[in-house]
Design a binder for this molecule. Structure first.
Ligand SMILES: [Zn+2]
Length: 397
């Protein structure tokens, strides 16, 4: 994401998503220009920072030079443009041009974006272009040429971990507002970045401690609650609740047609392979978000499953994977034994202190005091002694 700011430079920020659906701020860059070379440098720097690991999926806006830089620097990464970056453009490109026809165009555009099948999309897109006389429009040509990076039927087969949602985009905006809200000088700006990142970490800890209420009495729900983070559990719980409104009909080939009792959103095809407990739904919700959809859940319930198979709990959404840190290349090295010991000690400390409010208040106060003191001492020490050590957030699915 690139935004222009004062200081006559461009600001770009890298975000990921954590196990609780919250943005993780990876870092930011200041660029002097918007050339392919500068964007390529920014991406190379990020990859170096991530120790050579490239992301599985990357989301950006429609900037053509940024797109080109991503294609050349991250050739094996799926590039997606969120619909939230496209809709404002659609309005500015077509509302004046189409005038009174724009409302009809927009409703067709919204429906097209959500279609489940790529064949349906291709057919209806051509119909829409011809109905509204947009065959030679350059923006329509652009949107069509980029269709595999924004139309849901193309994008949903790639793992997005719920990053293309309104909620995620709002959290990122709130973070950026925190940075740009108070500005005095460049130094003040960097301090503001640090403050915003710390506030974000505190928010992550609050979310981690949320209590998860049962809503359905289904054994699948109870079992999932023990495994998933609050964010992932809430998402699965919503799907479980809605799955009650669906009926599954088995077909001759063993697949299922799952439809809503009012047939609001058509029907989904669920393929069930009993030998290795595999389930695939035509809506591709699991492939896209890592959370099973209402249609697949309906079939599991019909098949008297009391627990979902382990493989449907991605490590990305498991509580046990939350807030874990590790060293990229030397987890088993002796040098890192102290880190493992430290991790085990802190886990015990947090478990013991969470028993009462008095304990947790005491630990929070004392830890903050002691960690701040240590941090200040460490910052006063030399930065390089020839043995660099850095820790990276756990990469997730
Ligand atoms: Zn589905």
């Amino acid at each position: 994401m690139i935004r222009s700011i004062t200081y006559d430079m461009l600001f770009g920020a890298w975000f990921g998503i954590d196990n609780n659906g919250q943005p993780i701020f990876f870092g930011c860059v200041l660029l002097q220009d918007e050339t392919l070379r500068s964007f390529a440098w920014a991406i190379q720097t990020l990859i170096r920072f991530m120790k050579g690991r490239c992301p599985q999926t990357i989301l950006s806006d429609l900037d053509p030079r940024l797109r080109d830089a991503i294609t050349s620097e991250l050739p094996s990464t799926k590039h997606v443009t969120s619909i939230w970056n496209i809709l404002p453009k659609v309005s500015s490109w077509f509302s004046l041009q189409l005038g009174s026809q724009y409302a009809d165009f927009k409703s067709e555009f919204d429906a097209l974006y959500r279609l489940e099948s790529t064949e349906d999309f291709e057919l209806r897109w051509n119909q829409m272009v011809s109905i509204f006389g947009l065959g030679s429009d350059k923006h329509i040509t652009l949107l069509y040429s980029l269709r595999t990076s924004w139309v849901l039927s193309y994008v949903r087969v790639h793992f997005l971990a719920r990053m293309a949602t309104t909620a995620y985009s709002k959290s990122v905006d709130a973070f950026l507002k925190g940075i740009f809200g108070v500005q005095s000088c460049l130094r003040g700006f960097f301090e503001q970045v640090g403050i915003a990142a710390n506030l974000q970490n505190e928010r992550h800890q609050e979310i981690q401690c949320q209590y998860m209420h049962m809503k359905t009495c289904l054994p699948i729900e109870e079992h999932s609650r023990q495994i998933l983070t609050p964010f992932a559990f809430n998402a699965l719980q919503q799907e479980l609740i809605v799955s009650m409104q669906y009926a599954a009909s088995e077909m001759a080939n063993g697949s299922y047609l799952v439809r809503h009792f009012r047939k609001i959103d058509g029907e989904s095809l669920v393929i069930w392979i009993p030998e290795d407990e595999q389930i695939h739904c035509s809506c591709k919700e699991f492939e896209s978000s890592g959370i099973l959809c209402r249609h697949a859940l309906r079939v599991f319930i019909d098949k008297n499953y009391f627990q979902l198979p382990e493989k449907y709990f991605l490590s990305r959404w498991r509580r046990e994977s939350s807030l874990m840190f590790y060293d990229d290349h030397s987890v088993h090295d002796k040098d890192d034994e102290w880190f493992q010991e430290f991790q085990s000690l802190t886990e015990t400390l947090f478990a013991e202190s969470s028993i009462t409010k008095e304990r947790s208040d005491y630990i929070r106060r004392e830890l903050t005091k002691e960690l701040t003191r240590l941090l200040n001492e460490v910052r006063d020490m030399p930065e390089n002694d020839g043995a660099p050590m850095d820790f990276t957030l756990t990469p997730t699915d």
